[in-house]
Design a protein around this ligand. Structure first.
Ligand code: PLP
Length: 426
C-alpha cells in the first residue's frame, strides 16, 4: 500500500464502482439496525491511512471509531498477532490458567489510576465490560441502584443500554429496560443539585446506590469535557454516601487524551475503570479494572467469559501497551492534539455562526456546529475530500485519529476539514 504521505487520493466518484457492489450486497443481507454514517468501504490500512476497495486513499481521523490506537497494521501489533496465532488461538481463560491472560491483566493493572491493589477482568467488548462492572458493583455493595448521566453512552446490551442516555432511539422499542438505573445532568452544577435534591430525595435512597457510572469525557454524547473540579465533586459526593465511582474509559482511555486514562487529567481515583476501544489496536479486547477488594468479594463462577481475554487479542493488547510506551504515543497525542485544537479554533473564528464550539483533550476532539444538518453536511464534504470523521452528540463531529498521527497529517486534515466547512458555509 502507498505511504501515508499520499493520502488523500480520490480516484473515483464516491462510492466507487467496487464499493457500490459491496453496498448492494451488504444492504441486502445485513441487519437494518447498523447505523452506517457514509459509504466508506475499507480494504486495508496503514498508519493513519485507509485504502478503499476502489483504491481511494483516505486520511483516517476515525481510527475505526477510536479503536486503532497504534494506527492500522502497526508492525509490532501485527507481529505479535502472527506469533501468538501460531502458538495458541484459544483456550478459555475463565476455566483455565492462560499465561498471556494474566500478563495482560498485570500490564493493565500497572497503568490503573486506582488506589491500592487492583484486579482485572478481560472481555470482548466495551458493552461486555460495562455489564461486568455493573454486576460487580451491585454484588460488592449489596445495593440495587445505579446512577449514570444524560448524554452518556455505555453500549447496547441491556444493562449498558439502560445506563445509556445519549439518544432516545437507543431505548425505543426495547423497554422495559434494567430496573434501578436513574440519570442526572452531566458536567455542571445541576449534576449535584439533581442527585442530592431530586434523585436522593424522590427516587433512590443514597445508601442504596451502588455506583455512579461516568465517562470522564463524554464520547458519543458529543465529546464533552466536564469543567475543572466536576469529577472531584462527584468523587466527594460518592465518598459521602459510600457509593462506588466507575469511570467508563472505553472511548477516552488507552492513551487517547495524552494520558493513559482521561481521568488522570483530574487527579480523581475511580473504584472501577472500564476500557475497550484502543486497548488492542483493533482486536476485540475490553477490560474492567477494580480495587482488588471488590473483585475479591465475588466467588468462583460469579462472572466469566468464554472468549474474553483470548490469547490473540491479549497479544495485540500487550503489543499496543508496549508501542504506546516505547514510541512516546502519549506525548504525540498531546502535541498533535494541541496542534489540531489550535487549527480548529482558528477555523471557528472564521465561521463563528457555523462552528459554535471546539473542545477536547489530546486526540479526543469535538467540533460543534449550529445544527445537526450542518454537522452531517461537513462530515459528508470531508469524506468526499478524503478525510474520515464522524458525527457525535446532537450536532458535533469527532476527531479521533490513531495516536501515531503525525503533525503533517494533522495539517492535511485541518486543510481538508476547513475546505469541507467552507463548502458548507457556501
Ligand atoms: N462505553 C463507551 C464510553 C463507548 O463509547 C462505547 C462504544 O462506543 C461503549 C461503552 C460500548 O463499547 P462496544 O461498542 O465495544 O460494546
Amino acid at each position: 500500500m502507498t505511504t501515508t504521505r499520499t493520502a488523500p487520493l480520490i480516484r473515483t466518484e464516491l462510492p466507487g464502482p467496487r464499493a457500490r457492489e459491496v453496498l448492494d450486497r451488504d444492504l441486502a443481507v445485513t441487519s437494518r439496525s447498523l447505523p452506517r454514517a457514509y459509504p466508506l468501504v475499507p480494504r486495508r490500512g496503514r498508519g493513519c491511512v485507509i485504502e478503499d476497495v476502489d483504491g481511494n486513499l483516505f486520511l483516517d481521523f476515525n481510527a475505526g471509531i477510536a479503536v486503532n490506537s497504534t494506527g492500522h497494521a502497526h508492525p509490532g501489533v501485527v507481529a505479535a498477532i502472527r506469533e501468538q496465532s501460531g502458538e495458541l488461538l484459544h483456550y478459555s481463560a475463565s476455566d483455565f490458567y492462560l499465561p498471556i491472560y494474566s500478563r495482560m491483566c498485570r500490564a493493565l493493572a500497572d497503568t490503573a489510576p486506582i488506589d491500592g491493589p487492583v484486579r482485572v477482568f478481560l472481555t470482548n467488548s466495551g458493552a461486555e465490560a460495562v455489564e461486568g462492572a455493573l454486576k460487580l458493583v451491585r454484588h460488592a455493595t449489596g445495593r440495587p441502584y445505579v446512577i449514570s448521566f444524560f448524554g452518556a453512552f455505555h453500549g447496547r446490551s441491556y444493562g449498558a443500554v439502560t445506563l445509556t442516555a445519549s439518544k432516545a432511539k437507543y431505548h425505543k422499542g426495547f423497554g422495559p429496560l434494567l430496573p434501578g438505573v436513574v440519570h442526572a445532568p452531566y458536567g455542571s452544577d445541576a449534576t449535584f443539585d439533581h442527585i442530592e435534591n431530586v434523585l436522593f430525595r424522590h427516587q433512590v435512597p443514597a445508601d442504596e446506590v451502588a455506583a455512579v457510572f461516568v465517562e470522564p469525557i463524554q464520547g458519543e454524547g458529543g465529546y464533552l469535557v466536564p469543567p475543572p473540579g466536576w469529577l472531584a465533586r462527584l468523587r466527594e459526593l460518592c465518598d459521602r454516601h459510600g457509593i462506588l465511582l466507575v469511570a467508563d474509559e472505553v472511548q477516552s482511555g488507552a492513551g487517547r487524551t495524552g494520558k493513559m486514562w482521561a481521568i488522570e487529567h483530574t487527579g480523581v481515583r475511580p473504584d472501577v475503570l472500564i476500557s475497550a476501544k484502543g486497548l488492542a489496536s483493533g482486536l476485540p479486547l475490553g477490560a474492567f479494572l477494580a480495587r482488588a477488594e471488590l473483585m475479591e468479594s465475588w466467588g468462583a463462577g460469579a462472572h466469566g467469559s468464554t472468549y474474553g481475554g483470548s490469547p490473540v487479542p491479549c497479544a495485540a493488547g500487550l503489543a499496543t501497551l508496549a508501542a504506546i510506551e516505547e514510541e512516546g504515543l502519549l506525548a504525540n497525542a498531546t502535541a498533535v492534539g494541541d496542534r489540531l485544537l489550535t487549527g480548529l479554533r482558528a477555523l471557528r473564528a472564521r465561521h463563528p455562526g457555523l462552528v459554535v464550539d471546539v473542545r477536547g483533550v489530546g486526540l479526543m476532539i469535538g467540533v460543534e456546529f449550529d445544527t445537526a444538518e450542518h454537522a452531517e453536511a461537513v462530515q459528508q464534504e470531508a469524506f468526499e475530500r478524503g478525510l474520515l470523521v464522524l458525527e457525535c452528540g446532537e450536532s458535533s463531529i469527532r476527531l479521533s485519529p490513531p495516536l501515531v498521527v503525525t503533525a503533517e497529517e494533522a495539517d492535511t486534515a485541518l486543510r481538508l476539514f476547513a475546505d469541507a466547512v467552507d463548502a458548507v458555509a457556501g
